[in-house]
Ligand binder design. Structure first.
Ligand code: SF4
Length: 87
């Protein structure tokens, strides 16, 4: 499932450059994740980079966007045409 950024976000921007899919951007008050681009890092990393680097644990799975690993991998392939998945 896609990740989301909770209200605990302190807008430090640590996550933005870590996302392999450029899914994270600055919102009006806090950072946000585009669920159409978030693959839970499937295809790029063994675990979610944004969650790893967030100092306040604001990057969390979004139950509103439940997807299987196969669906996440298919999304990754659309975002990275011609590349081979690493994870
Ligand atoms: Fe990007 Fe991975 Fe975080 Fe999703 S879980 S927003 S792909 S860094």
């Amino acid at each position: 499932m896609a990740y989301k950024i909770s209200d605990d976000c302190i807008s430090c921007a640590a996550c933005e450059s870590e996302c392999p899919n450029q899914a994270i951007s600055e919102g009006d008050t806090i950072y946000k994740i585009d669920p159409a681009k978030c693959t839970e890092c499937v295809g790029s990393n063994p675990s979610s980079k944004c969650a790893e680097v967030c100092p306040v644990d604001a990057c969390v799975p979004d139950p509103a966007h439940k997807e299987s690993k196969d669906q996440l991998l298919a999304k990754w392939k659309k975002l990275h045409p011609g590349e081979t998945p690493k994870a």
